[in-house]
Structure formats: structure tokens, C-alpha cells
Design a protein around this ligand. Structure first.
Ligand SMILES: Nc1ncnc2c1ncn2[C@@H]1O[C@H](COP(=O)(O)OP(=O)(O)OP(=O)(O)O)[C@@H](O)[C@H]1O
Ligand SMILES: [Mg+2]
Length: 228
């Protein structure tokens, strides 16, 4: 069974009298454990697609099903819970809480899920170990490099062991060395935890790592290639 399926997924925005098709009848399916990416020019709909699959926004038309659930049938409250349980996000700008330590940033999704303190500590330390930052638990984002901040953000995305991680331009603010570093970490997580990764990216460094490349143009899928 596919972990994510979209059928004729469409998202439009009104601009005065014009209608912009951010996504235009996108039908795609992803299997568990994929390491796939949406590529294509700026404005082609990559972020919009991740936002629909991540239940951050609702389609204008068409369907999104995640882990067998038709997400259109979920109330806002159910969608929020579903997202907390099953989906992790990684963003271009890290989106860490500046006043929280690395530990507290990674712990945050577990607080929402009401894990007890001992379990939270174990899970946070496991996640920070996976990204090589177990010795920086007390550092705040301002005391960490960009690469380290993104590693904290990866730990935060995977700490609850989500089925799916959605990463929107995760290397856009990183130099080449840090980009490769976080890519290697994500490949390892994909392999060890079988987490499904879907990227939106322009970055050739990320594209090299993808096992499936889906090209969008003007909100439509124009190419879909599995590597190897
Ligand atoms: N809130 C909005 N209101 C109006 N138009 C929007 C909105 N969000 C996105 N769009 C439009 O939808 C289209 C797709 O945008 P999207 O952000 O998904 O592109 P993208 O492929 O992620 O681009 P980039 O590579 O620049 O991040 C663009 O034409 C964009 O201008
Ligand atoms: Mg985008």
C-alpha cells in the first residue's frame, strides 16, 4: 500500500480576476521508505505540494491520502493530531525556537504528544545522537552554526519517529560541507528507521542523493524518474 497518494490534487489562488494553478491535477503515489524529491523551477508548486501532503493546507480540488486516510475527511483538530503523530517537517530557515536550548527544541513535539519526562529525555538524546549533537543539549540556536541548527531541526523532525519527513529546501542556507553532512544524516535515518523522505529542492547536491526525481512545471508533473 502506498504511504502517500494524491489524485488530481489541485490548488488554486485567486489573483484579482486571474486564477493561479499552484498545483494542477497532480496524481502521485509514494511507497514507504522512499527518498524522493520534487524538483522544478521556482513557482512550479513544490512547496504547495508538501504543504498539502503535510496537512498544513487544504486542496482546492482532488484528494490526498496519507497512510490510507483520506485527509479531506479529517477535521482541523484531527488533521493537527495526525500531523503531530505521523509527519516531521524540515524547513530552509530551520524554524527553531530561539530561546529554547537544542534539547528543548527537540523535546517540543514530544510535549505535544504527552510523553512522560523520562521517555522524552531518552527519545531526545537518541535523536540528538543520530545527528551528532548529543554534546550540545544546552546550546541555543544563536550559539550554534547554521549546519548545527539544521541538525537540531532534523532531530526535532525525527524524534517522534514519524512515518514521513517533508523537507523544503533544507540545504538552501547551508554551505556545501554542511549540506552533504545533513544529507548523509538523512540517508542514514531513511535506511535505519525506514522513514519516508520527500524533498522540495533546487539544489544539485540534494538532487544527486534522491532515489526518485519528480519534476513539476506550472503545477503539473512533467517527469518522474526512479534512479537505478
Ligand atoms: N498564498 C499564496 N497566494 C497566492 N499565490 C500563491 C500563494 N502561495 C503560492 N502561490 C503561488 O503558487 C505557485 C506555486 O508556489 P510554490 O511556493 O509551491 O512554488 P515552489 O515550487 O515551491 O517555488 P520555489 O522554488 O520558489 O520555492 C506560485 O506561482 C506562487 O506564486
Ligand atoms: Mg518552495
Amino acid at each position: 500500500m502506498a504511504i502517500i497518494e494524491t489524485k488530481d490534487l489541485t490548488k488554486t489562488y485567486r489573483m484579482g480576476h486571474a486564477t493561479i494553478y499552484a498545483l494542477n491535477r497532480v496524481t502521485l503515489s509514494f511507497e514507504k521508505g522512499e527518498f524522493a524529491g520534487l524538483i522544478g523551477p521556482s513557482g512550479s508548486g513544490k512547496t504547495t505540494f508538501l504543504n498539502m501532503v503535510g496537512l498544513l493546507d487544504r486542496p482546492t480540488d482532488g484528494h490526498v491520502s496519507v497512510m490510507g486516510r483520506d485527509t479531506g475527511e479529517l477535521s482541523s483538530k484531527e488533521a493537527a493530531l495526525f500531523r503531530r503523530l505521523h509527519i516531521g517537517f524540515i524547513f530552509q530557515t530551520f524554524n527553531l525556537f530561539p530561546h529554547y536550548t537544542a534539547f528543548e527544541n527537540v523535546e517540543f513535539p514530544l510535549l505535544l504528544l504527552k510523553f512522560d519526562a523520562r521517555t522524552r529525555k531518552r527519545m531526545v538524546m537518541e535523536a540528538l545522537e543520530m545527528v551528532g549533537l548529543a554534546d550540545r543539549t544546552k546550546s541555543r540556536p544563536s550559539e550554534l552554526s547554521g549546519g548545527e541548527c539544521q541538525r537540531v531541526a532534523i532531530a526535532r523532525a525525527i524524534v517522534k519517529r514519524p512515518d514521513i519527513v517533508l523537507a523544503d529546501e533544507p540545504t538552501a542556507n547551508l554551505d556545501a560541507e554542511n549540506s552533504y553532512n545533513i544529507l548523509e544524516i538523512m540517508v542514514r535515518i531513511n535506511r535505519e528507521l525506514k522513514t519516508t523522505f520527500i524533498f522540495a529542492t533546487h539544489d544539485e547536491k540534494v538532487i544527486k542523493y534522491l532515489k526518485r526525481k519528480i519534476t513539476l512545471n506550472d503545477g503539473k508533473v512533467v517527469d518522474d524518474v526512479v534512479v537505478q
